[in-house]
Design a protein around this ligand. Structure first.
Ligand code: FES
Ligand code: FE2
Length: 390
């Protein structure tokens, strides 16, 4: 069965119907053809430089979940492709993304995360506020000639939407989320991620291409082999993808085993696709949102100084923010299980693929018709990079 629909299936009983039909027929949505991918797509450090300038510093990236800085004066410092970013929420509730580099001589005014009205640079104690404004200069007589308004932290183009703070990592560039998200805009709006409760985050570094790592979240072909012993393998049908494209982004429904119980029933509450399948989005270029009935895993993957090394940030947000210790404990348990699957299953496997693209002497990789989501990722990236595919 091939789906290259122009219109994605709506996130409702129609999606469940489609996934059920795939499950019953023991098939999957498929691409029209196999795809051959040259090894240098994954292993070439020169291509990695082009990726950084044409993709990662040009596209809006979801640099933080809004729920990580819910209150005024909350802040988080994080590194994104080598840049230290200071992400704040100001007195008025507005989020900001700054380059965390002091305008005096470049030290980093903020570190860690917390709630603070000001950030004092550790080198000569220049002080900045949550709007990035320079508020204090010790020994001010030495700097009488400068207009302080011109020496605030450099703010990157940013916008908060759908429960995330998005930024373009190029000062002075435009941020156009409507154009970037396209049809994914309305799709993300359906989830109300802005009302979710942030729970926890873990990160890891892995010796695999960031693009190769993302691909592990775009197919269920590997489920029985890599996740056979864990919750993913036990609860999800192998190699079954209800696939929909949203421009440069996509959605895959991975049906749970119990979807087969719907056979012969009429659409009703139990046909809610969220209850019947894992729904995973790829938001170009580097964000994975893996939804379950209780929450969402937020996974962002970026290169780490090499074509075949990446950093993975894995966090989890609860659909209903925890109100009690008991609930928090339950969420801890859920997150540690899903994180273990990523860390101990996918990312035990994936460095082998990193090794394969560094040392393999075959000409190309081959992506199956069943790996329709992987094909989409590769086609979108290759198109932006000007890499030709067969
Ligand atoms: S480098 Fe920040 S105060 Fe000097
Ligand atoms: Fe996996």
């Amino acid at each position: 069965m091939t789906t290259m629909q122009s219109q994605p299936v709506e996130l409702g009983p129609e999606l469940t119907r489609h996934a059920l039909s795939l499950a019953l027929a023991e098939t999957t949505d498929m691409a029209d053809d196999i795809l051959r991918v040259p090894l240098n797509y994954y292993n070439d450090d020169k291509l990695a430089d082009i990726e950084e300038s044409t993709i990662l510093r040009r596209a809006p990236l979801a640099v933080l979940a809004s729920a990580q800085i819910p209150n005024s004066f909350d802040y988080v410092v994080r590194s994104v492709i080598g840049d230290s970013l200071l992400i704040t929420r100001d007195r008025d509730g507005q989020a900001h993304v700054f380059l965390n580099y002091c305008r005096h001589r470049g030290a980093m005014p903020a570190c860690g995360a917390g709630n603070s009205r000001k950030f004092t640079c550790p080198y000569h104690a220049w002080v900045y506020d949550n709007k990035g404004r320079l508020k204090g200069v010790p020994g001010a007589a030495g700097f009488e000639a400068i207009d302080r308004d011109e020496y605030g932290l450099v703010e990157l183009p940013n916008e908060e939407r759908h429960g995330f703070i998005w930024a373009v990592l190029t000062a002075g560039a435009e941020i156009d989320l409507d154009a970037h998200l396209g049809p994914m805009n309305a799709e993300l709006a359906r989830w109300n991620y802005q009302d979710f409760g942030y729970h926890d985050e873990r990160s890891l570094t892995s010796e695999v291409s960031w693009k190769g790592a993302l691909e592990a979240f775009a197919e269920g072909y590997h489920f029985p082999f890599v996740h056979g012993q864990s919750i993913i393998g036990r609860s999800t049908l192998a190699n079954t993808h209800a696939y929909d494209e949203f421009g440069d982004h996509h959605r895959i429904g991975f049906p749970f085993n119990w979807i087969l119980d719907l056979q012969g029933t009429e659409p009703g509450d139990s046909w809610d696709p969220v209850a019947q399948m894992g729904i995973i989005y790829w938001v170009y270029p580097n964000l994975i949102l893996a939804n379950s009935p209780v929450g969402v895993e937020v996974i962002d993957i970026l290169p780490e100084h090499s074509a075949t090394r990446c950093t993975v940030r894995h966090s989890w947000m609860a659909k209903y923010p925890a109100q009690s210790d008991e609930q928090r404990q339950m969420y801890d348990e859920i997150f540690s299980q899903v994180h273990a699957a990523v860390r101990d299953e996918d990312f035990v496997m994936l460095p082998q693929c990193g090794q394969g693209v560094r040392h393999g002497q075959h000409d190309h990789m081959v992506i199956g018709r069943n790996e329709i989501g992987v094909q989409h990722m590769i086609r979108v990236m290759a198109d932006k990079l000007g890499v030709s595919l067969q």
